[in-house]
Write a protein that binds this ligand. Structure first.
Ligand code: NAD
Length: 425
């Protein structure tokens, strides 16, 4: 039997939405086929003097709403099918929050951190590989064509190398082409507010859903919150809802395990503990009970925020989730089977394409600042983020209600209708 791939799943969802809203078949066909798939092989000189040929991809799914946008990941498991699926989700995510951008994604098959006995790559090797990949895809990217960003194992340093190499390709100074990527460092054309954007976006989505009466929660004050994953998205989200909304954060975890205290945990203190602990983990925090990551998800709480990995809420544990609201800060933490269980239980899902879209939203602002040669203040960025997240949360929740579907399906309906609107023009 043929293995079901992530891209098969992506296509299935698009097919289901198309059927539900009676989408014209030519539009469905366009959405089921990425517009361009670039596969490149390029040689890189390694530190030991040998030459290795790497393989990389860039999939450009749809640009009806604006230039393609999406990260580049460096991973030994990247393949074209996965990149196709991720590019498709980027088209949906950008349209869900109404950004003037389409969807793309890229990757290089490589071992940046070492794996299975293979040594990690040196900084020099990473730089030469990044520059060679940039030269290979340079004709197809650009501030008005396709704007890559960091993803798994890529960062602001790597984005800086892409800008520099792309500038050489087009024969312009780097300052003129900063908009070719986002996720740059602040002193090299990055935007203020990007680090906090995903968590802050999730906070605005949650506030809007609660304040507009779409959940069983009357207010966020005193609500019990559990957060799985204490990295960029999870740790900042925990701190924001604790300090600004008066939530009681009762459970936190990372890859080494979780902690629980029904009287509440102080996320700022937990972060300090994690950063100073030898294992860089929250798991041994003294003033709390230890729980496994599985137990953590099933803790009695009001808001559950999965902020680590995909496929953690499945048909095996969905019936044990007690939260009234799930805020998906991670990408794909809930399986389709679990989605149905949660929906039947009346648990309000704030899906990834909406709840973690604050990140790509501020990336869009970074690109707009680069094009306009401006640097916006934190107040301006946060104000625009709030407006975007709140407006589109209401639209997603209204759409779901109108079509009598769950909020994830509602988000896809909204996004696909928006893309279709542009395709018809
Ligand atoms: P991160 O690397 O900063 O943090 C990940 C956290 O998850 C770490 O605390 C890690 O210990 C924990 N973790 C790893 N394996 C785990 C496990 N098995 N059980 C429990 N915890 C585990 O990553 P991040 O940037 O915070 O991203 C987290 C998720 O959010 C990912 O799914 C990512 O795709 C998604 N996301 C992030 C952004 C962003 O801007 N950072 C934007 C959109 C989506």
């Amino acid at each position: 039997m043929k293995k079901i791939t992530p891209y098969d799943n992506a296509k299935k969802v698009i097919g289901n939405v198309a059927g539900k809203i009676g989408l014209e078949s030519w539009i469905t066909e366009i959405l089921l086929h990425p517009q361009r798939e670039i596969s490149v092989s390029f040689p890189v000189k390694m530190d030991d003097g040998s030459v290795r040929v790497f393989q990389g991809f860039r999939v450009q799914h749809n640009d009806a709403r604006g230039p393609y946008k999406g990260g580049i990941r460096y991973h030994w498991n990247v393949d074209l099918d996965e990149v196709r699926a991720l590019a498709t989700w980027m088209s949906i995510k950008c349209a869900t929050v109404d950004l003037p951008l389409g969807g793309g994604k890229g990757g290089i098959i490589c071992n940046p951190r070492g794996h299975d006995g293979i040594a990690a790559m040196s900084e020099g090797e990473l730089e030469r590989m990044t520059r060679a990949f940039t030269r290979a895809i340079a004709p197809n990217i650009g501030p008005d064509k396709d704007i890559p960003a960091p993803d798994v194992y890529t960062n602001s340093q790597i984005m800086g190398w892409i800008v520099d190499e792309y500038a050489k390709f087009v024969g312009k100074p780097s300052e003129e082409v900063l908009g070719v990527v986002t996720g740059k460092s602040l002193n090299n054309g990055g935007s203020v507010g990007r680090d906090e954007a995903t968590a802050r976006g999730g906070q605005f989505v949650l506030r809007e859903a609660v304040e507009k009466g779409y959940t069983a929660l009357k207010t966020l004050k005193g609500d019990r919150v559990v957060v799985q994953g204490f990295g960029n998205a999870g740790s900042i989200f925990a701190r924001l809802v604790h300090e600004q909304d008066g939530c009681k954060v009762i459970g936190i975890s990372d890859s080494k395990g979780g902690i629980y205290n029904p009287n509440g945990l102080d996320p700022r203190k937990i972060l300090e503990y994690k950063q100073s602990s030898p294992d860089k983990t929250v798991a041994y925090y003294p003033d709390a009970e230890k729980v496994t990551n599985q137990e953590l998800l099933e803790l009695e709480c009001d808001v559950l925020a999965p902020a680590a990995l995909e496929n953690v809420i499945t048909d095996k544990n969905a019936d044990k989730i007690t939260a009234k609201v799930v805020v998906e800060l991670a990408n794909g933490p809930t399986t389709p089977e679990a989605d149905s269980v949660l929906y039947e239980k009346g648990i309000v899902m704030l899906p990834d394409v909406l709840a973690n879209a604050g990140g790509v939203t501020v990336s869009c602002y970074e690109w707009q600042q680069n094009l306009a040669k401006e640097q916006w203040s934190a107040e301006k960025v946060d104000g625009m983020l709030e407006e975007t997240m709140r407006t589109n949360t209401s639209k997603v929740l209204e759409t779901a209600k109108k079509y009598d579907v769950d909020n994830r399906f509602g988000a896809y309906v909204l996004a696909i209708n928006r893309i279709a609107g542009k395709l018809k023009k």
